[in-house]
Design a protein around this ligand. Sequence first.
Ligand code: ATP
Length: 236
Amino acid sequence: MSDPILSVSGLTAHYGDFQALFGVDLALEPGEVVAIIGANGAGKTTLMRAITGIARISAGRVRLDGRDITCTAAPDILMAGIAMVPEGRRLFPSLSVEENLLIGAHARRTAGHWNLESVYRLFPALRERRDHPGTALSGGQQQMVAIGRALMSNPRVLLCDELSLGLAPVVIREIYAAFPEIRAGGASIVVIEQDVGQALKVADYVHCMMEGRITLSGRPGELSRDAIHDAYFGAT
Ligand code: ATP
């Protein structure tokens, strides 16, 4: 097995006195898609926010390509090669689709696969709407802009928070159909997904979280329905 691109060990995070993560371990191999599933409040978003320097880490380590990046400031994490597609897309409402995409290019470390042309090839609907304000798009198209904006930095690691939230099944399929090209473009992917079936379909490896801990990990084919149920809701 190759060395992980991203490795998280013993990650612990608090909001004030409230402990949201309890020693989380995770490894992402080059070219891999890892899915994180779990109910509302399980700590999935906090894990991503801790990796990207937004939530404060109280213990544990984050390494990118073996380099310790624990507690690095968020803009430096982006420059180091970890880009995030946040829950809710967070487009800049007064900017056009193309301007939103170009914002992602400010964090570009090196020339790479991703530029306006390759993002428009990935999501042709965005080329047609390049001059429209991002917020005038459908939810699925807004999600494409958010993904494209993150790709414009040519990340090594793409962290996606709830890509499918509020989208119709046909649109969700369209979004996930982009994953093979995103991998081919050089990014490994961590995706938070509430839809367990979807996670099992797209991921090479799945972690289930509950109350700030990883309660189950494995390849999709290794995880039984019962084990996932218990890890998701707690054994009854
Ligand atoms: P969701 O799917 O609802 O986003 P999640 O698994 O991503 O859930 P988190 O958002 O990481 O969960 O939340 C983990 C815990 O931390 C929850 O109990 C939540 O209430 C708490 N929490 C999250 N953000 C904050 C915050 N800014 N201040 C205080 N507590 C927070």
